[in-house]
Ligand binder design. Structure first.
Ligand SMILES: [Zn+2]
Length: 191
């Protein structure tokens, strides 16, 4: 039976590279894996997905693809659906993806952040926590060496904990921190 996977991690945890490698493995075996990204997530321009280590691939906008598949009955040509940056989706799409898994036996792998810079769940990530068959962490570490589970937004070296959940392109930066250093607002050691 196919499964719905939520592979979550903080920023910098190689989720995108992971997604692109899984896609590559399907394609290498001659199987078609659909690669999707939310329309909202446009910082790379258009539909190309790029990882920090240089891998890239052409994707489709998730909302457009899923809207066009609402009544699709024949999924025989689709070996898997891979969604990058899935936390930006409207949660209703997570329900649709679960339906595709259960009805058409197509595995769905969602990669994204669990929580935002306020340490609150993204709505789509919350829905994935509720529905996914498998929750798998893609690990990354804080500067101190502990597991990093939090995404800190900072401006001029100071942590920012409020504002809009969905905001891209502003002059801020993000880093992943462990809970202790997120709570303390310490972006690095020794100062
Ligand atoms: Zn730390």
């Amino acid at each position: 039976m196919a499964k719905l996977y939520f592979r979550y991690g903080a920023m910098g945890s190689s989720k995108t590279a992971n997604a692109l490698m899984v896609r590559y493995n399907y394609e290498e075996k001659g199987q078609h894996a659909v690669l999707l990204k939310p329309r909202f997530e446009k910082r790379d321009g258009e539909t190309v997905i790029r990882s920090r280590i240089g891998l890239q691939a052409q994707a489709l906008f998730a909302e457009d693809y899923l809207d066009s598949c609402r009544d699709r009955k024949d999924w025989s040509g689709v070996a898997a659906i891979i969604v990058d940056e899935c936390h930006f989706l409207d949660p209703s799409y997570i329900d649709q993806l679960a339906y595709i898994v259960d009805t058409y036996d197509v595995p769905v792998l969602c990669y994204g952040l669990r929580t935002d810079f306020r340490s609150e769940l993204f709505p789509a990530s919350k829905r994935l926590m509720e529905l996914a068959d498998r929750l798998e962490e893609v690990p990354t570490v804080c500067w101190c060496g502990r597991r990093a589970h939090f995404n800190a937004r900072f401006v001029d070296g100071k942590i920012v904990r409020d504002g809009e959940q969905f905001m891209l392109g502003a002059n801020e930066s993000y880093t992943s921190l462990c809970r202790k250093h997120y709570m303390e607002g310490r972006l690095k050691g020794d100062d």
